[in-house]
Write a protein that binds this ligand. Sequence first.
Ligand code: FMN
Length: 344
Amino acid sequence: MSRLSEAFSLKGLELKNRIVMPPMCQYSVTAKDGIPNEWHYIHYVSRAVGGTGLIIIEMTNVEPDGRITDQCLGLWSDEHVPPFARIIRECQKHGAKVAIQIAHAGRKAQDANPPVAPSALAFDSSYKLPRALDTEEVRTMVHQFREAVRRAVAAGVDTVELHGAHGYLIHEFHSPSLNKREDEYGDDPALFGVEVIRAVKEVMPPGMPLIMRISAVEYMDGGYGLEYMIRIAARYKEAGVDIFHVSTGGEGPVGKERQPSYSPGYQVGMARGIKEALQVPVIAVGVLEEPSLAEQVLESGATDLVAVGRGMLRDPYWASHALLSLSGENGKEAHVPRPYKRAY
Ligand SMILES: Cc1cc2nc3c(=O)[nH]c(=O)nc-3n(C[C@H](O)[C@H](O)[C@H](O)COP(=O)(O)O)c2cc1C
């Protein structure tokens, strides 16, 4: 039996295998008013049919101006709940568990006028200059995260992922280069994330684990390294995060000091670093679509779960195909939907 095909459980979450579809924005198919449409339905349900253990629905934002573009998803009103619920229910029928990635794009909200951020610092000269949130607005933002997660739970998710990576709002707060505030949210750069975690935990059922996506290192010159992120993640764990989904970068233009290699498994070492330092389950991601590599990474103990993004865009049945290739089975076993078995 392959490691990828092993079940995983944490608190009330039980996954049938260790394969995760990471969040991937579908904005070119234009979600109107942040509401998922038939594309999103087919897109996610296909990956459930394709054998994925955990599907994390793409970046879904807490307010209209928190979207990267006006075509992105949101959960800022109760009217958004039924279309998400329909997708989630159908994915679950095929044995997948489902999360939604809850986010605010901060200074990377391209259609906001102006975008907001911890401090008035632009991503680069091609981006708009953001407006710094005042202290009261930061507290309102915490409440908006709570409300969006309450709606995700109402839509039937099995778990929730907070987007604390890629230079979006939560990451902007804990990044020393992007947070130059003089209030309590500047004195303690982890405070915003900690308050968001505590607030969303209040509206999640006690047995539901909380995932947080983080950028383990920054790539802009002067950006933070892994040791710094471990200290911040320790605070997030203490506040209630159960699983870290370990990505990197996205906070600004890549500098000269540290650069991503984009080679197979290039972020795995950082997932292991977070896992070992904090004794917490992690999801590794980043060029892991070669099944034998995904298997080896699990085998090495570096990670608990493996996420495959672009590989799943190319092949909605990536999970079934990977499990088949690793087990040497001919499709008569469990990994292929019954009506398709004659094709294998
Ligand atoms: C089309 C596309 C959209 C993405 N959107 C998101 C997103 O909404 N949230 C996020 O955290 N990462 C996003 N990512 C990053 C992926 O989740 C993943 O970390 C990245 O593609 C690396 O994994 P891979 O090498 O398996 O593709 C996106 C990636 C792609 C290709």
